[in-house]
Design a protein around this ligand. Structure first.
Ligand SMILES: NC(=O)c1ccc[n+]([C@@H]2O[C@H](COP(=O)([O-])OP(=O)(O)OC[C@H]3O[C@@H](n4cnc5c(N)ncnc54)[C@H](O)[C@@H]3O)[C@@H](O)[C@H]2O)c1
Length: 399
């Protein structure tokens, strides 16, 4: 029986889906540190995590039973993807499931910053009637500058235009502009034009420190700044200075370089206590709708990988979309991508009288993944030959 370990309070739907497929599932609410994770993974084939659990090379080296990891979130930087692939561990995530939730909170924050809502709210809770139009603006007609025009950036672009904002964006990759949004050729150009700058770049290492004092200085006086992407992308000490000296009108920040591990843990940041600065504890994508959608999406990916070998949207293995097997057995062979592997497998099968009923191959850089449906039982010695091919990383027999 397959065993699954689900950490970090995943949506119950994930457990339901894996249990329905016959897995024994253990769920825990918090993240585990490296040593705790190593011992918890003994005898576990499927691991479900969010962003707090670090799956390092050391963890992977010792988790010899592990077959697949589900990152029930968007980012996968917490997992050593290459080390996982080299050990035949497939990694899946949910790249689209909470996009809408992030977009909605970003829009809410743009309006809240422009109207200084959180300052007014705090004052009134403190018993002060601060009725004034000073520093409060409509968003209609304002320029929204989106840095990173991917899943989130594009959807934000469409909804912001519906509010009457004028959208410009900058992306390092070629991106089709939606609606009337205008693509700019540099981030500097965007910073000089936008009334609101919002970051939606991905977490590639090169984005560390993307935004600091120089970028804040280029922004328009009184402009607003949002970061709902990754904490390490922004120099928050510089953001603090630029808010305190009055150059920026306000900011909304949802992600931090060092986030507390558990709910209720203390939080330290240069940004605490600043005027018109909205701080949220990495909840951009955290809605019940998104959690349910992520739980379902990733658990289905894990289930499909286990039952059919399908690697569609895996972030570290060659992608193959597979239906239920047609033969008696399915051989899912992950290997080093060198010439002759397919021929070697097929020769071994032919020499042992095993007929191939269907076969698909996909490669990704140094990895190859070939899935073969066969019409007969495979003798243990034939299996042994395939398993001990020098290129074999992992061979699974799905019956
Ligand atoms: N706050 C939250 O709760 C929350 C939830 C979901 C996603 N996120 C984060 O939001 C970010 C965006 O998510 P997504 O799904 O839209 O990602 P995505 O991969 O679809 O889009 C990212 C875009 O950024 C572009 N990009 C990367 N580096 C850039 C740079 N230096 N300058 C300009 N463009 C650059 C990429 O080309 C891509 O188009 C990610 O970092 C993700 O981790 C946060």
């Amino acid at each position: 029986m397959l065993r699954a370990l689900l950490l970090e309070n995943l949506h119950p739907l994930a457990m339901t889906i894996l249990r329905a497929d016959g897995a024994e599932v253990v769920a825990r609410s918090g993240a585990l540190d490296e040593d705790e994770l190593i011992s918890a993974l003994e005898g576990v084939q499927l691991l479900g995590i969010r962003s707090k659990t670090q799956v390092t090379e050391r963890v992977l080296a010792q988790a010899t039973d592990l077959r697949a990891i589900g990152a029930f979130c968007i980012g996968t930087n917490q997992i050593d993807l290459r080390a996982a692939a080299q050990r035949g561990v497939a990694v899946f995530n949910a790249p689209f499931s909470n996009t809408r939730s992030v977009v909605e909170i970003a829009l809410a924050e743009v309006i809240a910053l422009m109207r200084r809502l959180t300052d007014r709210d705090k004052a009134l809770h403190a018993g002060i009637w601060d009725k004034s139009a000073d520093g409060a603006h409509e968003v209609r007609g304002r320029v929204l500058g989106i840095v990173g025009y991917g899943n989130i950036g594009t959807q934000l672009s469409v909804l912001a235009e519906a509010l009457g904002m004028s959208v410009v964006f900058y992306d390092t990759a070629e991106r089709l502009s939606l609606g009337n949004a205008r693509r700019l050729t540099s981030m500097d150009e965007l910073l000089e034009m936008a009334d609101v700058v919002t970051l939606h770049v991905d977490g590639r290492p090169g984005n560390a420190g993307l935004f600091g004092a120089a970028q804040f200085a280029r922004m328009r006086p009184g402009a607003m700044f949002l970061n709902l992407s990754r904490g390490f992308v922004v120099d928050y000490a510089a953001l603090r200075e630029t808010v305190l000296d009055g150059h920026l009108g306000g900011a909304a920040v949802d992600v931090f370089p060092n986030e507390p591990k558990r709910r209720g843990d203390p939080f330290e940041s240069d940004l605490r206590g600043l005027p018109n600065v909205i701080l949220t504890p990495h909840i951009g994508g955290s809605t019940e709708e998104a959690q349910e959608s992520i739980g379902q999406f990733v658990a289905n990916k894990l289930r499909d990988y286990v039952t059919t070998g399908s690697t569609t949207l895996s972030v570290n293995l060659p992608n193959l979309a597979l239906d239920a097997r047609t033969g008696v057995h399915r051989l899912a062979h992950l290997h080093h991508n060198t010439p002759g592997v397919l021929a070697g497998i097929n020769r071994t099968l032919a020499e042992n009288g095993v007929n191939i009923e269907a076969q698909l191959l996909s490669t990704r850089g140094e990895l190859g993944y070939v899935v073969t449906d066969i019409g007969a039982e495979l003798a243990p010695d034939v299996l042994e030959v395939l398993q001990t091919m020098p290129q074999t990383i992992r061979l699974r027999v799905l019956s």
